[in-house]
Design a protein around this ligand. Structure first.
Ligand SMILES: C[S@@+](CC[C@H](N)C(=O)[O-])C[C@H]1O[C@@H](n2cnc3c(N)ncnc32)[C@H](O)[C@@H]1O
Length: 392
């Protein structure tokens, strides 16, 4: 059995190291930036998808490969010329989609697979946030999704008909994935989603359909919106939150939009859109210079500071281990200034668990750049009794 998986462009080396560490019996095969395939031994095939999806920090998607389709030049039409406009190239490509769809359904029929849902995505052309690129479904991929549905051999191999390519899969559905690797080259895969997998695995390409609003004051809005949906933290009306390194305020905006009350600590200026919000207070300065008594009612902390992971953890440790802060959880980034810093992840997680967090999850989210998102939560309410049990 071959699996394919996708990740952020640039993260492949550290992702491969993670796969080698977690699954030493997997054998690497075809790969491209942002896309890796590997062979799984027969005895591990049964649980490989859910094991991989649950344990990998860097995987956005995973599926059993049904093969690769390379459209011939004649299928695509003549090759791109310098004078061709972008829309002409797109029209030419979408013109091949009915042909491609028939080839894909022929593979599905040969394998006698009953499909409930279709995911279409492409290998990212760039890292997120670079030259304005953000991962997501392009109009062209939406067209491919529609044409695949139109050409499906209903009802024998296609169960639930869903027109919206952004709609999340439901537990136990079988998903057909079609991945554009390069122009005219597609990988076809199949997987089912079991309950409890990280939220990404329910969406096409592992990409939550999030669009940054016009009034967002920074790109950090995207990663904290995605981070909150991924973590499932129940932050809502009246919850007291602390945003360390809040300026200009994108992360705070996400909390405010959920009705939370936010203390934003930062020596830098906060954007007036956030500063003037009635539930926001700016505490100007570095976190170490501020009075601890300000944080007595804080339930949730978010932070995104441009420092090495151990320094971020030093900043958080001092607050997270105080008995007078009724903390429920923390959502924060760890900056991987060198990708190799990810090798210390087990030690970072140990540190967090030593502070009494009983659930610590780490993921490179789609809108994270060269960094990881961490969600650490107290499942049991924090109390002096529980502290005795959990703080070693
Ligand atoms: C990447 S920006 C944060 C983006 C912000 N979270 C947002 O959502 O728009 C990093 C910020 O961390 C702040 N910072 C760095 N170290 C800090 C510290 N020890 N205490 C408070 N702020 C800090 C910097 O001044 C900078 O504004």
């Amino acid at each position: 059995m071959f699996l394919f998986t996708s990740c952020q462009v640039g993260a492949e080396t550290i992702f491969r190291a993670e796969i080698r560490r977690l699954f030493p019996d997997f054998r690497f095969s075809f790969s491209r930036p942002g896309f890796i395939t590997f062979k799984v031994p027969d005895d591990l095939a049964g649980n490989a998808i859910s094991e991989f999806a649950n344990r990998s920090v860097f995987a956005r998607t995973v599926a059993i490969s049904l093969g690769k389709i390379n459209l011939e030049k004649t299928d695509i039409g003549k090759t791109e010329t310098e004078t061709e406009t972008e829309s002409e190239t797109e029209t030419k490509k979408t013109g091949t989609f009915p042909f491609l769809a028939n080839k894909i359904w022929a593979i599905v029929e040969t394998n006698r697979i009953f499909v409930n849902r279709i995911h279409v995505f492409r290998r990212d052309p760039l890292p997120p946030g670079e030259k304005g690129f953000e991962p997501g479904l392009t109009p062209e991929l939406q067209t491919l999704h529609r044409i695949l549905i139109e050409h499906s051999p209903k009802p024998k191999f296609f169960g639930i008909h869903h027109d919206d390519p952004n709609y999340p899969a439901q537990p136990n559905e079988t998903i057909l994935s079609v991945v554009e690797i390069d122009s005219g080259c597609y990988f076809i895969g199949i997987h089912s989603v079991s309950q409890g997998l990280p939220i990404q695995f329910y969406y096409s390409g592992g990409i939550l359909p999030i669009t940054i609003p016009d009034n967002a004051v920074s790109r950090a809005w995207l990663k904290f919106e995605e981070g909150l949906r991924w973590s499932g933290f129940p932050i809502g009306k009246g919850d007291n939150c602390l945003d360390i390194g809040a300026a200009p305020g994108g992360g705070s905006q996400v909390l405010l939009s959920r009705g939370a009350t936010v203390l934003g600590v930062d020596p830098a200026e906060i954007d007036p859109i956030v500063l003037n919000h009635r539930n926001f207070t700016h505490i100007r300065g570095r976190i170490s210079q501020t009075k601890r008594s300000l944080y007595r009612n804080i339930r949730w902390i978010i932070t995104d500071i441009n420092v090495a992971p151990n320094y971020t953890l030093d900043v958080l440790e001092e607050l997270a281990t105080r008995k007078d802060i009724p903390l429920c959880g923390m959502l924060f980034t760890l900056k991987l200034f060198q990708w190799s810093l990810a090798e210390h992840l087990p030690a970072y997680i140990d540190r967090l668990q030593d502070w009494g967090f009983d659930e610590v999850r780490v993921k490179q989210l789609t809108f994270n750049r060269q960094e990881l998102m961490v969600a650490a939560q107290h499942r049991q309410p924090k109390s002096p009794e529980n502290d005795k049990l959990t703080l070693r």
